[in-house]
Design a protein around this ligand. Structure first.
Ligand SMILES: Cc1ncc(COP(=O)(O)O)c(C=O)c1O
Length: 406
């Protein structure tokens, strides 16, 4: 008998269909290939940092300041939390999965008197109940994960923002897996701290933490009784040392400013290019592209006889969480797809690790170019593992969705 062909022999790396980090556009990769730059050099500020900061406002859909810091999504969440929350402050944390739990843990670390509003995994958020809870607690802040990456569900941030406004709470939104892939309207939704990372739908390398700050959030920092217990990540230091007076900061316009923490020059240059690509594409087209790619993926999955994990009304356009067929080991699916077919997807997390699979459609990968080979690899893998499905059914259904959309 002839030996099984190793299809990945000639591939140097798997295609990244995990829910981040995601594939990088070639101009972004090229932007990293630079000699050392000096982070405090005026040239870096004027040609890279400042234009990137300003362009990010368009991506965040905000008129207010967007801060770039070294770190990741978690750093952004922690910086936001430790800057506005003082020990004993009441915080209402909406928890609908692993990243809601992360926010709870961060609030615990900063000493918040937090109450968790638990949402069953993959289930809709009961807005009336949340409004009543917010009214009862009158918290200083309400936190929400816009797109819960662990369950592939998108939550109604505009409505939660309205509840926060009505109860006088700050609205802290984790947009780590939504920004630049799903519509995020920072100002319109009343988001006071919009906290995210660079490596998902922004399609920039991992390593930057981004936070937009509203005037209400600056006010909350100003009114603290004691300074935040962090030197590098106290956002108020940005206002004091970095932001010009004309933008609500404390640095006289035209005078030298200092970065409160040294900003990674290469990553910022890559982010500059990533943001340029996003704005050249245009946000409406980009969101539509993610919506069509995710719906094609879902059509393919359905044609293979598989079901999505979350409630159908809240399925995400950037992370698809799929129920694995009964008796199929999710770890084996991931490993076989990677080793035999060169496509990397993820399992679920925590209690749904062994029952769900997760596929990202983020940035570049929200396209037929990535979705069709992924479905093909998934079909082949499931067949290898003994699951019966019509060969090509998933790919055909997804192709139909792409064809209908064009
Ligand atoms: C919704 C959400 N929040 C927070 C994080 C943590 O971000 P990071 O891994 O960049 O620290 C992630 C990472 O996957 C995420 O998906």
């Amino acid at each position: 008998m002839s030996q099984a062909i190793n299809w990945t022999q000639v591939q140097t790396r798997p295609m990244l269909m995990i829910p981040g980090p995601t594939e990088l556009p070639w101009p972004v990769v090229q932007a990293l290939n630079q000699p050392a730059a000096i982070q405090y050099d005026r040239g870096f500020d004027e040609t890279v940092l400042e234009p990137t900061t300003l362009a990010l406002r368009d991506v965040f859909q905000t008129k207010h300041e967007v801060l770039i810091m070294p770190g990741s999504g978690r750093t952004a969440l922690e910086a936001g939390a430790l800057s506005v929350i003082e020990p004993g402050d009441r915080v209402l944390v909406v928890g609908a999965g692993q990243f809601g739990l992360l926010m709870r843990e961060i609030m615990n670390r900063v000493g918040a008197d937090f109450t968790e509003f638990t949402v069953e995994l993959g289930a809709r958020l009961d807005l009336d109940r949340l409004a009543r809870e917010a009214e009862r607690l009158r918290p200083k802040a309400i936190t929400l994960v816009h797109n819960e990456t662990s369950t592939g569900a998108t939550y109604p941030a505009a409505e939660v923002g309205a509840i926060a406004r009505a109860t006088g709470a700050l609205f802290m939104l984790d947009t780590v897996s939504s920004i630049a892939g799903i519509d995020v309207r920072t100002d319109e939704w009343g988001v006071d701290l919009n906290m995210t990372g660079s490596q998902k739908c922004l399609a920039a390398p991992l390593g930057l933490s981004l936070v937009s700050v509203s005037p209400r959030a600056w006010e909350a920092m100003e009114q603290r009784k004691v300074k935040a217990h962090s030197y590098a990540y106290d956002l108020n230091r940005w206002r004091e040392q970095w932001m010009p007076v004309s933008r609500g900061g404390k640095v006289p316009d035209g005078t030298p400013r200092r970065q409160p923490v040294s900003i990674p020059t290469h990553l910022t240059e890559a982010m500059r290019v990533a943001v340029r690509l996003i704005l050249e594409e245009g946000l409406p087209q980009r969101f539509r592209r993610h919506a069509v790619a995710a719906s094609a993926l879902r059509a393919g999955v359905a044609a293979m006889g598989l079901e999505m994990f979350p409630d159908p009304s809240i399925v995400s356009n950037t992370v698809s969480s799929i129920k694995a067929p009964k008796g199929v080991d999710t770890g084996a699916v991931v490993q076989t797809m990677r080793d035999r077919y060169g496509v990397l997807i993820g399992t679920g997390l925590a209690e749904i690790r062994t029952t769900t699979l997760r596929i990202g459609t983020m940035g570049m990968t929200a396209s037929p170019h990535y979705v069709l080979p992924t479905l093909s690899a998934l079909e082949l893998t499931l067949r290898d593992l003994g699951f019966k499905a019509d060969p090509g059914a998933g790919v055909a259904a997804a192709q139909q969705t792409f064809a209908d959309a064009s």
